[in-house]
Design a protein around this ligand. Structure first.
Ligand code: C2E
Ligand code: MG
Ligand code: MG
Length: 705
């Protein structure tokens, strides 16, 4: 319990421990005048009791207390971890004691003489001031240490170290993290010197490193260099150093300081990305994209050196059969083996690439006459036809090779590859296992068709097909009511192909069946995904070709696609041309009815171009007519077209069908159509067919037209 009440008017609280209660009171009064509040105790242990739950700024401690000496008090304070500054007071004029007390950490020492009470306030003020200063210093030190620790942590996370090089004295400072990056412990080696640094920089990069340092020192320009170092622990690592130069008054560089970043992981990732972009993962050979670059360079070089260039495309014969019979793993092994064998047939300066699937390309450079190319082609035929052993099977494979020669067969990479490809098809025609040089006499039309047909089959698995979407719009409100999914093919050599370039072929060779299913699935999945993203729910129209329509299981295919993708049937519309329906009208009505019962809607595409029998039309379970764009085109100038459009709109109304006009490109066309009560429209006026990402934006933000 305090012996005296606390003075609460001041912020600094002082504890007086003095066995003479009267004297303590005098001290307290004298300090109160100077603005300090005091607590007084006559014994050491009661003071400790109080200190257990209170805090003070300063203690005035009498050396001789009834229960302990001042020294013992200080000692006990230390032991329990209290570090309160104190001023020692004693009745004796003892210089030795004074020194001893100062040694234990006393701020000051006061003798109880006649002037004691007069001097006390000044001594205490000074002591408090010192205490304040010391506290601030301690706080600043803590802050500094914290910020150093933070910097070190940041450097550690970033794998970045900092350094300073005093150019005048040669002294070098390194942060702990820099030691870490170099695979060293801080302080090992004890002194970092330039010579030592030169000894760990990779010899391959040392000249450039020295040059960069020297340049910065000489010119005062910032340092910026990537180089490899040989680390004891981590082997070769790549670092990037950035530095700034400081100059003295005479303008001479005196300090170079900066940071060094470990970029090994980044460099590795970059080279992995390069590898992925440019090389085929299965065989490690350059892929199509790198092949084009190399071919480009090789052509330039051949032009400069007036040499020939051989471009060989080779395709394994019946590879698909091997793949199907023995499985993909065996197929992959065969491709790797073939890649190795081909490597043995060409020179190091030649390029060997894999185009994908079972197609390879060899670029033979520095050729002086065609016989050189023939020789290589023969060698390839021989070496590929030697049997291979895979998973216990003896496999005989052969290949067909097509050859185009620069400059006779083409002067750019595109033409050379295309002509080599045509020649390869010729080789396939000639009983396979042979090579053919391109010749202008080849039946290019037939070969081109074969080429397209063949690459179409591969295009699905190579993911070269994609869908674009064109909005269907309510022209009164501008709202998007639906979209038509339209197929595109990004052909690796021929570029972007629109459906009229290949759909007919797909229909002829039945490829339209898997392709059409892919379109259906992709469109439904995409529409569902947009709905899941919270975009407005609209229907997607998918075009069906006659071949698909004749397919016995069409209704089942559609049902299972809807099930698989989770799209509600009301959001799918199928577009069928007039002629498709009319082909087998009776049979088709049954299928159409099944689809309609499922909840899927049906539109007749290109309406007006076929020969619809109106009586049948009445019986078909369809919901929409699409006015063909050939009528829309001249609707405002050609009275016949205008009349046909009006009739179609009338027919639709009388049969209670919806009607939509396609190919609307101008405002005038739009106005004519809406004047004649055709509300729904599709065409470039509103938007061209766009990629999925772009269409999502249109769905979200609406259209401007
Ligand atoms: P379609 O079903 O009549 O499709 C409309 C065509 O008109 C699309 O050509 C579209 O890009 C084009 N178009 C749209 N607005 C305008 C316009 O304002 N002006 C003009 N001049 N043209 C416009 P696309 O995409 O080249 O398709 C051509 C045809 O290919 C389609 O005619 C369709 O019959 C067929 N097709 C497209 N995708 C598929 C598919 O996935 N499967 C099947 N079987 N056929 C498809
Ligand atoms: Mg269509
Ligand atoms: Mg159409």
């Amino acid at each position: 319990m305090p012996d005296m009440p606390l003075d609460t008017t001041t912020t600094e609280t002082i504890l007086i421990i003095e066995d003479d209660a009267g004297f303590a009171e005098l001290m307290s009064a004298s300090l109160a005048e100077a603005g300090h509040g005091c607590h007084c105790f006559t014994r050491g242990d009661t003071a400790f009791g109080w200190l257990a739950s209170n805090s003070v700024s300063l203690i005035i401690l009498d050396y001789s207390l009834p229960d302990m000496t001042g020294a013992a008090f200080v000692d006990r304070m230390r032991k329990i971890g209290l570090s309160i500054p104190f001023v020692m007071v004693t009745g004796r004029d003892d210089a030795l004691l004074a020194v001893e007390m100062m040694k234990t950490g006393a701020c000051d020492f006061l003798i109880k003489d006649t002037t004691f009470l007069d001097r006390l306030p000044a001594v205490i003020s000074r002591a408090l001031h010192e205490v304040g200063t010391r506290r601030k210093l301690e706080k600043a030190e803590i802050c500094l240490r914290l910020s150093e620790a933070r910097l070190a942590r940041a450097q550690k996370i970033a794998r970045m170290g900092s350094w300073e090089w005093n150019i005048v004295s040669g002294e070098i400072y390194w942060s702990d993290e820099l030691y870490n990056i170099f695979g060293l412990k801080p302080g090992e080696p004890r002194e970092i010197s330039m010579e030592w640094i030169y000894s760990v920089v990779s010899p391959l990069d040392l000249p450039a490193f020295k040059k960069a340092m020297l340049n910065s020192v000489k010119t005062g320009q910032p340092l910026n260099i990537n180089y490899r170092i040989i680390s004891k622990d981590y082997g070769e690592i790549v670092v990037s150093s950035q530095g700034e130069v400081e100059c003295d008054e005479s303008g001479r560089a005196c300090l170079l300081s900066g940071t060094t970043l470990d970029i090994t992981a980044r460099i590795r990732a970059e080279s992995e990305i390069q590898q992925l972009i440019n090389y085929d993962t299965l065989t490690g050979l350059p892929n199509r994209s790198l092949l084009h670059d190399r071919l480009h360079l090789a052509i330039a070089q051949a032009a400069r050196e007036k040499h020939l260039l051989g471009v060989l495309i080779l395709d394994l014969d019946r590879f698909k059969g091997i793949n199907d019979a023995l499985g993909h793993r065996a197929g992959d092994k065969l491709l790797k083996l073939v890649a190795n064998r081909l490597g043995a047939c060409v020179r190091e300066t030649d390029t060997l690439a894999r185009l994908g699937g079972d197609e390879f390309v060899a670029i033979l450079v520095g050729v002086s006459h065609a016989e050189g190319i023939t020789k290589v082609a023969k060698k390839i035929l021989t070496i590929v036809s030697e049997p291979v052993y895979i998973e216990g099977h003896e496999i005989y494979s052969t290949c067909s090779i097509g050859i185009a020669v620069y400059p006779m067969d083409g002067e750019d990479s595109h033409t050379l590859l295309k002509h080599a490809d045509l020649a390869m098809y010729q080789a396939k025609e000639q009983d396979r296992n042979n090579f053919q040089f391109f010749s202008r006499d080849m039946n290019i039309k037939v070969l081109e068709r074969m080429m397209l047909e063949n690459s179409m089959r591969k295009a699905l698995e190579r993911e070269e097909f994609f869908l674009v979407y064109q909005p269907q719009v309510d022209s009164r409100s501008g709202r998007i009511t639906g979209m038509e999914a339209l197929l595109r093919w990004q052909h690796p050599d021929l570029g972007l192909l629109s459906p009229d370039k290949f759909i007919y072929l797909a229909e002829e060779n039945n490829f339209i069946i898997p392709l059409g299913e892919w379109v259906l699935r992709t469109a439904c999945r995409q529409n569902k995904a947009w709905q899941n993203q919270g975009l407005p729910s609209v229907r997607v129209a998918v075009n069906l070709s006659a071949k698909q329509f004749g397919q016995y299981h069409l209704d089942q295919v559609i049902a299972s696609t809807l099930m698989e993708t989770g799209l509600e049937p009301e959001y799918l519309e199928l577009e069928i041309t007039e002629s498709t329906i009319m082909k087998d009208a009776e049979q088709n009505t049954v299928i159409l009815q099944k689809l309609k019962d499922m909840g899927v809607s049906l539109a007749i595409d290109d309406f007006g171009t076929g020969y619809s029998s109106l009586s049948y039309l009445k019986h078909f379970p369809i919901s929409r007519l699409k006015i063909d764009r050939s009528f829309v085109r001249d609707i405002t100038t050609n009275t016949d077209d205008a009349a046909i459009a009006e009739i179609i709109i009338d027919i639709a109304r009388s049969l209670k069908l919806n009607v939509i006009a396609e190919g609307v490109e101008t405002r005038a066309q739009m106005q004519f159509l809406s004047f004649n009560n055709c509300v729904e429209m599709q065409g470039y006026l509103f938007s061209r067919p766009v990629r999925a990402e772009e269409f999502a934006k249109q769905l979200k933000n609406g259209l401007k037209y």
